[in-house]
Every structure is written in C-alpha cells, then in structure tokens.
Write a protein that binds this ligand. Structure first.
Ligand SMILES: *[C@@H]1O[C@H](CO)[C@@H](O)[C@H](O)[C@H]1NC(C)=O
Ligand SMILES: *[C@@H]1O[C@H](CO)[C@@H](O)[C@H](O)[C@H]1NC(C)=O
Ligand SMILES: *[C@@H]1O[C@H](CO)[C@@H](O)[C@H](O)[C@H]1NC(C)=O
Ligand SMILES: *[C@@H]1O[C@H](CO)[C@@H](O)[C@H](O)[C@H]1NC(C)=O
Ligand SMILES: *[C@@H]1O[C@H](CO)[C@@H](O)[C@H](O)[C@H]1NC(C)=O
Ligand SMILES: *[C@@H]1O[C@H](CO)[C@@H](O)[C@H](O)[C@H]1NC(C)=O
Length: 389
C-alpha cells in the first residue's frame, strides 16, 4: 500500500504461534564454533506487541527540503505497558521513540555511488558507524584500510554514518566539524537523531533506506565500527572468489554467535526486558563490529525491517530481518569481532603476520591501525610459521 503521510500509523499485532524453542543459554554462555551447523528455526518466534508500527514500503523522499515531514512524535501510550515505570531511563526512552524511523538528513552523499545506475560499479562499499566526536578515528581510516581506491580492478568506496551528539553549543560544534570533513572528503551521512548505543538499529535502518535509493546496485558492503582493523585488500580477494555471486545473491558473513538470547540482567549494557522482547531466544547473528554482506542481502534486510519493530541491539535486529526472509549468517574465520587470540603469549600482538590473512579484527585504535596498515604493505613481510594464524 502506498502511503504519503508519515503521521499515519497503524495498530498491529503479531500473533504468536511461537514454537518456543528454548535453545537459549544467554549471552554469557554463547560459544563460538565456526563449524556449528545452523539452527534451522522458522521465524515464528516473534512475540513482540507491535505498537503503532509504520507500514513504510515506499522509499522515502529524502531530499533535504522535505525533512519537516519526518518530525517524529513521542509515543506516550507506551507508559501503559505493564512494568513500564520500573524500566531504566534509556529503555523508557527507547520505547517512547521505537516507532520513529524517519529523521531529517543533515549531511547527504547523493553522488557517492555515481547515482543509482552507476552504483553497480561500486564493488565494495565500506559503511562505517561513527560518532561525531570520533574525528581521529575517521582520519586514520581514511588513510589506511578505508581509502577509496581501485583495488584488484574494482572500486572501494567509503561512507561514515552518524547521528548527532550532545545538545546546544556542543552539538552545533560537532555538527560543524562533520560539515567541514564533508567538504573535504565527501564521505559522511548524518541524520538528526541522538546517536546512542540504543539507537544503532535506527542508524542502520536509516542507512539501508538511503542505500535503496542512492546505491541500490552496490555489489558488496562491509558494515562495521570505526574501531576495527579491516584488511580490505583481503576482503576484495575473498569477495571476488565467491562462486556465482556477484552481489546479486545472498551473502552475510562474519563472526557468528550461535544460540544467543536476550540478557535479562538490568545492570547489563545489553539489558532487554520482556517489555521490549518477549522471546528467550535471538536468531544466530554476526557480531556488529564488522560483517560482509551482498547488496542483495542488504536490500532484503531493509524490506524485512518494515514489518519488524526496532530492537535496540542492532546486530541482533539485522539477524531477525534475515531470519524472516529465511536467510542465515555464515561464519568467516577471518572475521574476529571479539578480538584476536594470539596463540603465543610472548609474541607481539601487533605482529603483522597475525593479520595478513585476516579480514577484520576488533579492536584497533589509531596508532596501531596506522602502523599495521603500513607494515602489511611492506614489499617483504617476513613471517615464520609460528605467526601464521
Ligand atoms: C503494508 O504493506 C504491504 C506491502 O505493500 C501490504 O501488502 C499491506 O497490505 C500493508 N498493510 C497495511 C495494513 O497497510
Ligand atoms: C522529493 O521532494 C522534492 C522537494 O519537495 C521534490 O522536488 C521531488 O520531486 C520529490 N521527489 C520524489 C521522487 O517524490
Ligand atoms: C492507557 O490505557 C487506558 C486504558 O486502556 C486508556 O484510557 C488511556 O488512554 C491509555 N493512555 C495512553 C496514553 O494511551
Ligand atoms: C534516539 O534518537 C531519538 C531522536 O533523537 C531520541 O529522541 C531518543 O531519545 C534516542 N533514543 C535513545 C535510546 O537514545
Ligand atoms: C550477476 O549475476 C547474475 C546471475 O547470478 C546475472 O544475472 C547478472 O547479470 C550479473 N550481473 C552483472 C552486472 O554481471
Ligand atoms: C626472514 O627471517 C629469518 C629469521 O629471522 C631470516 O633467516 C631470513 O633471512 C629472513 N628472510 C627474509 C627474506 O628477509
């Protein structure tokens, strides 16, 4: 159904024919086995009350002049949810704005992919979650793994995605910084929402929506944080070697976490109360520090997101979208979002030999990032067998 007004909202509930498959061992007991067979659970587990879920099936007109249409209203009816008053502030806040999916764009990149048609020439689009204040991280990435370039005959492009931070003068100052960077590098998408941990899903969906209009035919994407080391040279080689997949088929590869479930401990950063998510299981998901996906899968995730209420844990939310489409994440041994375990304790953890075969490692900050990237591009790195991962 085509709709013009974002104010129009609908009431809807998902019936819960939930096959209650309690595989859940909780976040803490998650184990990472790369050869674990996938758990083929059908996506009937959703037990969330969909309050005021919007039915946006048309791509928004995100022209900056139209932004007044998208003003999001605080949903006060959520205070009726049982136990609402005892929830921590950030969760109350999340529930108040759970159905808002449209925010004004502050910085746009309409020509990043050479227009919708030209976007097929972008082989790997690097989509990097950042905060306005992380200027130094962006600067290092621009000079290392996220350089826009022709690699192995194909194009790599870079986009940072951001919301806003702070308020008043500080907010203005940081927005001005991003604007200056945009002027110089043309690599930032920014929307006017408060960029917090619990708004990461929103940021993700805003990006996918933007992509649908501006870069729909991009072949592959790396979706990741601004504190990971990504060996984008290796990524290109890996993606070019996929049999029969030029981006038009499913790919979703990363560090897969199997049999996870929501954390019910109110003191955890990841706390999700039953008021937000009833089921005791999450689908297997790829750690959000970084994962690779095809343009096809990105588009599927976006389409599925229309009918799934936002869950504040972004990587889990994406897995819910995939599951709804009957698709699964795939483990890749070279993606280590929980960090790299170096076998030899005496070894230098930043020996480039540990990283030359990797695709992505969390967590890396400026000095090591820069040195590592340079080291890996020395003409002869001399690696003994012990440092081969
Ligand atoms: C929501 O959108 C879908 C896809 O266009 C349509 O089939 C469905 O009828 C819509 N539902 C409502 C309630 O508008
Ligand atoms: C988007 O909005 C702008 C400004 O209102 C308008 O000129 C343009 O025609 C719209 N585009 C679409 C595809 O609706
Ligand atoms: C809360 O629920 C009551 C009773 O169902 C209803 O009368 C009231 O309007 C609701 N409040 C809001 C803010 O939706
Ligand atoms: C998400 O962003 C909206 C818009 O800025 C804000 O009102 C809301 O408080 C944010 N939510 C969280 C959980 O930070
Ligand atoms: C990508 O592969 C599909 C078949 O899997 C093919 O139909 C399509 O033409 C290919 N696209 C390009 C641009 O090579
Ligand atoms: C590599 O290192 C080993 C041991 O340090 C050394 O014997 C060898 O000559 C080095 N090879 C190169 C090509 O530098």
């Amino acid at each position: 159904m085509l709709r013009n007004s974002y104010k129009h909202v609908m009431e809807r509930k998902i019936s819960t024919k939930a096959a209650v498959l309690v595989f859940t061992v909780g976040f803490g007991a998650v184990y990472l086995s790369f050869f674990e067979p996938f758990v083929g659970i059908k996506p009937t587990f959703l037990q969330i009350n969909l309050r005021k879920q919007k039915n946006d099936t048309t791509p928004a007109n995100r022209s900056a002049t139209n932004t007044h249409l998208w003003k999001c209203e605080r949903d006060n009816s959520v205070t009726n949810i049982s136990g609402f008053n005892s929830l921590p502030g950030h969760l109350k806040d999340f529930l108040h704005y759970q159905s808002c999916r449209h925010f004004p764009m502050l910085l746009d990149l309409p020509d990043k992919c050479g227009g919708p048609e030209g976007s097929a020439d972008v082989f790997l689009l690097l989509v990097i979650k950042t905060l306005p204040v992380n200027y130094d991280r962006r600067e290092v990435l621009r000079n290392t793994w996220a350089k826009e370039r022709l690699q192995n005959g194909v194009w790599i492009r870079r986009i940072f995605i951001s919301g806003t931070m702070d308020s008043g003068y500080e907010k203005k100052k940081l927005n001005r910084l991003l604007k200056m960077e945009q002027h110089k590098y043309n690599d930032i998408l920014q929307w006017d929402f408060h960029d917090s941990f619990f708004n990461l899903t929103l940021k993700q969906i805003l990006f996918l929506e933007w992509m649908e209009t501006n870069c729909p035919h991009v072949r592959f994407l790396l979706n990741g944080d601004d504190d990971v080391f990504a060996n984008t040279d290796n990524m290109v080689v890996y993606l070019q070697s996929l049999p029969g997949n030029n981006g038009s088929k499913h790919l979703f590869a990363g560090d897969v976490i199997y049999n996870p479930g929501p954390i019910r401990n109110p003191h955890s950063k990841y706390y999700i109360p039953v008021q937000v998510y009833k089921s005791n299981r999450y689908p297997a998901y790829c750690g959000g520090g970084g994962f690779l996906l095809s343009g096809y899968s990105a588009s599927v995730i976006y389409k599925m997101s229309h009918s799934i209420p936002l869950l504040p844990i972004d990587d889990v939310y994406i897995a819910m979208c995939l599951e709804k489409a009957g698709l699964h994440p795939k483990p890749h041994l070279g993606i280590k979002t929980a960090g790299l375990r170096i076998p030899d304790r005496k070894a230098d953890p930043y020996d480039p030999c540990f990283y030359r075969d990797m695709l992505l490692v969390h967590r890396f900050l400026s000095v090591n990032m820069y040195v590592m990237w340079q080291s890996l591009h020395q003409p002869h790195i001399n690696c003994s067998l012990t440092t081969k991962m």
